[in-house]
Design a binder for this molecule. Structure first.
Ligand SMILES: NC(=O)C1=CN([C@@H]2O[C@H](COP(=O)(O)OP(=O)(O)OC[C@H]3O[C@@H](n4cnc5c(N)ncnc54)[C@H](OP(=O)(O)O)[C@@H]3O)[C@@H](O)[C@H]2O)C=CC1
Ligand SMILES: CC(=O)C(=O)O
Ligand SMILES: [Mg+2]
Length: 755
């Protein structure tokens, strides 16, 4: 029994692994298995059909089975993290972990297989015959030098990608970190002096990749448990170590590190001391990647070197250089083009894509997953974080493209832009809708006003909006302030972004005249209008839109929804015969519903409910959904009867008289509206399926229900979108993040396009 006291993390991790269903993985069927017919299709006798087809043409396995999206994580447990040879069974928690990371980050189905042998031939034989089951093989935590032979042999024997994660996954991420660390410290890979500690799977692979990137052989010293691997050393050698032996006087790690620019640690906890770091070159680059504990902690480095760039393999320090950033996405790209192998070109493409992503502005929700830590390219952020949702749309396309260009793709991707969309939709339920809107907007760029143009979030959103090709952002604010913020945040140039300073604008007179005409009989003097135009960004921004100097507007970061609505109403009317209201889109459990009115009318009349339904149906159709509107109530078709249920009934009757071109019915309970089976109890209902537009009887129920669904149901929300204005304006929540602002700006641009 191990008497060593457990740390909090260890204690909590044991509890987590043992809680509920033990371990971290289960298998979920993808086809219905509820009726006898289901069974006869999925299993005998129906299943014979795909079997016979695959026997005739093996490539059909990719069409009829899970093979194409299935990866085996295979280990013999001889190098479990940096814990050494714990054996196959003890490595299982890590392998289950890798399998769930495949799923979580890249929607690759993966299963762990622990093979209980240290013999190379036995291991190779155990794996080589598994080829038919899988689309790829991820070898994990197999010690060197056996891992080199195993991988080599399996690559030759199998016709699917075989990839030893500890070698190549690690090397790719380390290379990406190196590219950025060199950029930050003004170094060139060709000139840097590197010390690699650990001459095993990860160490040798990192070394080989950085040499392939230009690092000079004579500039790298490799060390292992016996110290420096110098030319002529005889003990503890193998052919992989010998290939990297250099003539040097240095014999210990400490000697090797004197004056070195970079330390790459792929060995064990505590292998490096602060004294060794102190002897390195100025601005040393230290990647202490041993897991679970690094060769030296960032705190220890800081005691001697404030100027160091430090990375570890752990999640709880900045700069996590860990293969989790690589293997899910590399396999995603390889599987999607049905690559025969994962070659050097694909690895280099992945490293470059990861490095480039770290230099881009980071969405707020990513920072939120890291306790609000500001993630901005610099010494504390040289590599993207694992919870960055952009990784899925960034790395696999780079890998797939490299596979296609290097001739190993058996199923090339024709439309890369569509592939990127498809990737982002795999993990983000909102992405499909937003991508559909984006694809319309991109071909017809609109000028969108970001009224709170001096706000950091608005500026970042405008930059993201421009960079995504969604249109031309127009910022309302002072140029110098905006430029200072851009500079401080490293947001690049203002190209393509228009700035309007309300106080100095040449439009002021024109806008004041316009506003005065609207408000002179509402108690406003000319100078009041002048002040509004000069000083109120929402008013000025709305004037830009109303007067045709911009197409639409987004605002709301600094004032409440109700206040913004009042300000906008001074400038922009609602469309004739329409009603202004809030429409909230919610995606939950694979379903998309629109709820209204979530913002404006506290107790709408029957007439207003009918208007809301019509406005919502139009908008929903614009967004690519065929509306099925339900007027909701606590009663369904007259049962129970109550005074409050009549408005919904009357709204339906008003629509009957208007003969509108969409499906609607009511009044009905939410259960009936959303359940096709329950609707069969009312065979007269006109809904042809579950409703997707829920017209609530009042603001209370609308607003409360979308927030409940969001918080308790785990739904994803867009909006409330403001519907019914004569010129499009969208209002974000006060606590919106940059992505929310970009999404609402996109909707505002789409509104303008569809006007
Ligand atoms: N951050 C990341 O993403 C990853 C980190 N790693 C980490 O890298 C380390 C090595 O893993 P891996 O390559 O798979 O394992 P291997 O068993 O293949 O290699 C281990 C190597 O480390 C060397 N080593 C052990 N102790 C010391 C020491 N005190 N000083 C110098 N060298 C030492 C061994 O030397 P010798 O040859 O003399 O026995 C051997 O060369 C682990 O800590 C692992 O967690 C691995 C993969 C990914
Ligand atoms: C991260 C990893 O794969 C390792 O430490 O072995
Ligand atoms: Mg590993």
């Amino acid at each position: 029994m191990d008497d060593t006291p457990k740390t909090n993390v260890e204690h909590d991790s044991l509890l987590m692994h043992a809680s509920g269903r033990p371990g971290k993985i289960e298998i979920v069927p993808t086809k219905p298995l509820t009726t006898q017919r289901d069974l006869s299709l999925a299993y005998s006798p129906g299943v014979a059909a795909p079997c016979k087809e695959i026997a005739r043409d093996p490539s059909l396995a990719y069409d009829y089975t899970a093979k194409g999206n299935l990866v085996a994580v295979i280990s013999n447990g001889t190098a479990v993290l940096g814990l050494g040879d714990l054996g196959a069974l003890a490595g299982k928690p890590v392998m289950e972990g890798k399998a769930v990371l495949f799923k979580k980050f890249a929607d690759v189905d993966a299963i762990d297989l622990e093979v209980d042998t240290k013999e190379v031939d036995q291991f190779v034989n155990a794996v080589r015959y598994l080829g038919p089951s899988f689309g790829g093989i991820n070898l994990e935590d197999i010690k060197a030098p056996e891992c080199f032979i195993i991988e080599q042999q399996l690559r030759e024997l199998m016709d699917i990608p075989v990839f030893h994660d500890d070698q190549h996954g690690t090397a790719i991420i380390a290379a990406a970190g190196l590219i950025n660390a060199c950029e930050l410290t003004g170094r060139n890979v060709r000139d840097i002096k590197v010390v690699v500690n650990g001459a095993g799977a990860a160490g040798i692979a990192c070394l080989e990749l950085i040499k392939a990137m230009g690092c000079r052989h004579e500039n790298v010293i490799l060390c292992d448990t016996k110290g420096v691997i110098y030319k002529g050393r005889e003990s503890g050698m193998n052919q992989w170590k010998s290939a990297h032996a250099v003539p040097t006087e240095a014999r210990t790690l400490a000697e090797a590190l004197e004056g070195a620019d970079m330390f790459l640690g792929l060995s064990v906890k505590g292998a490096v001391t602060p004294e060794m770091v102190a002897a390195m070159a100025p601005q040393p680059i230290i990647f202490a990647m041993a897991n679970p504990d690094p060769e030296i902690t960032p705190e220890e480095v800081r005691t001697v070197r404030k100027d160091a760039i430090v990375a570890t393999g752990r999640s709880d320090y900045p700069n996590q250089i860990n293969n989790v950033l690589g293997f899910p996405y590399i396999f995603r790209g390889a599987l999607d083009v049905r690559a025969r192998t994962i070659n050097e070109e694909m690895k280099v493409a992945a490293a470059k894509a990861i490095a480039a992503l770290a230099r881009e502005d980071v969405p707020d929700e990513v920072a939120a997953a890291y306790s609000g830590r500001r993630l901005r390219f610099g010494p504390e952020y040289i590599i993207p974080v694992p919870f960055d949702p952009r990784l899925i749309a960034t790395i696999p396309p780079a890998v797939a493209k490299a596979a296609m260009e290097s001739g190993v793709a058996q199923k090339p991707i024709i439309d890369m832009a569509a592939y990127r969309h498809e990737l982002s939709e795999r993990l983000d339920p909102m992405a499909a809708t937003m991508n559909a809107i984006a694809s319309e907007v991109i071909g017809n760029p609109q000028r969108v006003v970001f009224a709170e143009g001096e706000e950091e979030k608005a500026i970042r959103a405008a930059v993201a909006f421009r960079n995504a090709g969604y249109g031309h952002p127009v910022l309302v604010g002072r140029e110098d302030r905006i430029e200072d913020t851009m500079k401080a945040m490293g947001l690049g140039s203002l190209d393509g972004i228009e700035i309007h300073n309300a106080a100095k604008s040449s439009h002021t007179k024109e806008y004041t005249d316009f506003l005065y005409k609207r408000l002179q009989r509402e108690g406003y003097l000319y100078r009041d209008c002048q002040r509004l135009v000069n000083q109120d960004r929402n008013v000025f921004g709305a004037c830009l839109v109303a007067m045709g100097d911009a197409d639409s507007m987004v605002t709301g970061l600094t004032r409440t929804h109700a206040v913004v609505v009042k300000e906008i109403a001074k400038v922009i009317d609602t469309r004739p015969n329409e009603l202004m209201f809030g429409l909230t889109m919610l995606i939950t459990r694979g379903r998309t519903v629109f709820i209204c009115d979530t913002t404006i009318h506290e107790t709408p009349t029957a007439e207003q409910l009918a208007d809301i339904a019509t406005g919502a149906a139009n908008k929903v159709r614009q967004m690519g959904h065929e509306p099925r509107v339900a007027f909701l109530s606590y009663s369904t078709f007259g049962s129970p009867q109550g005074g409050e249920t009549t408005r919904a009934r009357e709204a339906k009757e008003i629509l009957d008289r208007r003969s509108v071109d969409f499906e609607y019915d009511g009044e009905m309970g939410a259960n009936v509206a959303l359940d096709a089976e329950l609707q069969k109890v009312y065979p007269f209902t006109r809904l042809s399926g579950p409703a997707n537009v829920l017209v609530m009887p009042g603001l209370h129920s609308a607003n409360i229900s979308y927030k409940l669904l969001h918080k308790l149901g785990g739904g994803t929300v867009i909006g409330p979108m403001l519907i019914g204005l004569a010129a499009p304006v969208q209002i974000v929540h006060l606590d919106a993040n940059v992505s929310d602002v970009v999404n609402m700006a996109l909707i505002a641009a789409h509104d303008a396009l569809k006007r």
